[in-house]
Design a protein around this ligand. Sequence first.
Ligand SMILES: N[C@@H](CCC(=O)N[C@@H](CS)C(=O)NCC(=O)O)C(=O)O
Length: 222
Amino acid sequence: MIRLYTTERAYPYGTLRSTNASKVKVILEEKGLLYRVERLRPGDLWKKPAEMLAKHPLGKVPYLDDGGIIVYDSTVINEYREERYPNPPLLPADPIARARARMLENFGDEAILVGELSAMWMPWRSKPEGRDTVCMEKRREWIRSRVFPYLEKEIEGREYLCGSFPLAAAPSRTLAMVLEVDQMPPDACPRVGAYRERQRARPRSRAISPQTSLADSAGREE
Ligand SMILES: N[C@@H](CCC(=O)N[C@@H](CS)C(=O)NCC(=O)O)C(=O)O
């Protein structure tokens, strides 16, 4: 049985989940694998208890326990999944298309997930009066000016960023998750807006939707 270690909690705006772990969760779903979610206490991300550090030396989530094999880091986990369970494939076979998929994934990691998105997402865990709205707006501006235009260009003429190969789009699936709560409009990028709706409509996105309860998104054991 695969166990995904992450943080997910119910808040007044829905179920708020770790962004990096959601990148893994959505891929486990796309692979149709059976797994169970093990939810850590959100405070563990700061306290970093010894049992967590024993599994992930940086004390972060996600990490995966695949029958006793521990794998951490969302990109490494998703590639491990691909190599260990090749069907359905997450990456195209052609080396050039494969490099493009990996570049899109890397862009998503560096432009969306590292820093920018969490600074916009974490404040939703606080009461409205406790949020740094100036900082949140700065992060939205980054997404508007640097992320949306690039995705707008890459999605042109395509239904999904990389056809039926979801690895490229895993970070942007978590952006779609955050924007279900944040509601920031795609402004001048209509293709991104329509793409986001298509992503959310995929049945496999349900497991990371803020509208899906904790009980309903704990994984599938059979
Ligand atoms: N590169 C890692 C980043 C993981 C990460 O930063 N996770 C966040 C939660 S979304 C975390 O554990 N933060 C606590 C910390 O940075 O100490 C990955 O892709 O898994």
